[in-house]
Write a protein that binds this ligand. Structure first.
Ligand code: NAP
Length: 310
């Protein structure tokens, strides 16, 4: 079920909102809220985000000052920083009954933060730039909405309206569903599985002596066109929109590539997300300065350079 598109930001109009962190999502939310007539303050540490907020005409303050009088505190710092920011700069200064608002439920689901007076989730299914650009153009980015307790759902919908998302749709969910599906989707398809599949397919063609240009076009560049077809027509529509030769190849060879072993790996990835194992591993990595992430980035960069890709 998707809530009917509507543009009345109602409830949130009477509340004071503090946006904590001014990065990808924080900037888009703060600007859209302000343009929707909502009273917004920005809390940001000294640095890049704070300078952006100044350039955008806000008067950013230290986080603990921004949150003191807020009815709604929007937590838009990186997920792995939520706990230290909340424990040190938000929690002790929070007004009684203030609602925490998250753009992703990671910190709540994995209990990095236990919201003292309830929390809402308004998670746009797109980057901050799209949230801002589409709002300015009169549209929005679809957002997942959830509330704990459920009595806060009207606030989530109202906030979703104020950032433009209800112009296209608000999808009701739970914090847990949003987090587990988001992590699974990005690991297995969007950011992990699909790009690596494309990379290894490209590498196979290059290794077999085909030109890099043709290999890139066939295995990487055309993904966008096929993704557009799937988004507009669905999976069957995409198969309808390609040649019978391509469809026969897809339906006979595709299952051999996405084999039983691959399905088991998917299932194991989901188990790790649901058990919290992935979250614990990532939080430990982030808190120790991300040494393994740096090493993995370096080997990925080296592999791309070896293949003539960036
Ligand atoms: N990125 C997306 O496309 C996307 C989409 C949907 C939901 N989300 C969610 O949105 C939330 C924010 O993510 P984001 O991508 O917007 O983050 P981001 O772009 O990395 O911005 C983070 C902001 O938090 C500040 N910050 C970082 N560490 C801090 C600390 N220890 N103390 C105080 N401030 C700190 C940064 O300050 P500086 O500017 O000084 O570094 C920056 O202003 C997350 O929950 C994320 O999962 C993101």
């Amino acid at each position: 079920m998707i809530f009917e598109p509507q543009i009345d930001s109602g409830l949130i109009k009477d509340l004071a909102v503090a946006v904590v962190g001014y990065g990808n999502q924080g900037r888009a939310h703060a600007l859209n809220l302000r343009d929707s007539g909502i009273k917004v303050t920005v809390g940001a540490r000294e640095g890049r985000g704070r300078n952006w907020a100044l350039d955008d005409g806000f008067e950013p303050t230290d986080i603990q000052i921004a949150v003191q009088y807020a009815d709604v505190v929007v937590m838009t710092v990186p997920d792995e920083q939520m706990k230290p920011v909340f424990d040190g700069l938000v929690g002790p200064w929070l007004k009684h009954n203030a609602t925490l608002l998250f753009a992703h439920g990671f910190a709540v689901v994995y209990e990095e933060i236990v919201p003292p007076f309830g929390a809402v989730l308004v998670s746009p299914a797109g980057p901050g730039k799209a949230v801002r650009d589409s709002y300015v153009e009169g549209g929005g980015v679809v957002a997942y909405v959830a509330a704990e307790p459920a009595t806060l759902m009207p606030l989530a919908k109202s906030y979703g309206s104020a950032i433009g998302s209800s112009r296209v749709g608000l999808i009701p969910t739970t914090f847990r569903e949003e987090v587990e599906c988001d992590l699974f989707g990005e690991q297995v398809v969007l950011c992990g599985g699909m790009p690596l599949l494309a990379l290894e397919a490209y590498a196979s063609l290059v290794k077999a002596g085909y030109s890099r240009d043709v290999a890139h076009h066939e295995c990487v560049a055309q993904i966008r066109l096929l993704a557009d077809l799937m988004a507009t027509r669905g999976l069957m529509g995409m198969w309808d929109g390609i040649s019978d030769t391509a469809e026969w190849g897809a339906l006979t060879v595709g299952p051999k590539i996405v084999s039983e072993e691959v399905k088991l790996a998917m299932s194991s990835a989901l188990d790790r997300v649901r058990s919290g194992e992935f979250a614990r591993e990532w939080i430990a990595e982030a808190r120790s300065g991300k040494p393994n992430l740096d090493a993995l980035r370096k080997s990925a960069t080296d592999r791309l350079a070896e293949l003539g890709l960036d």
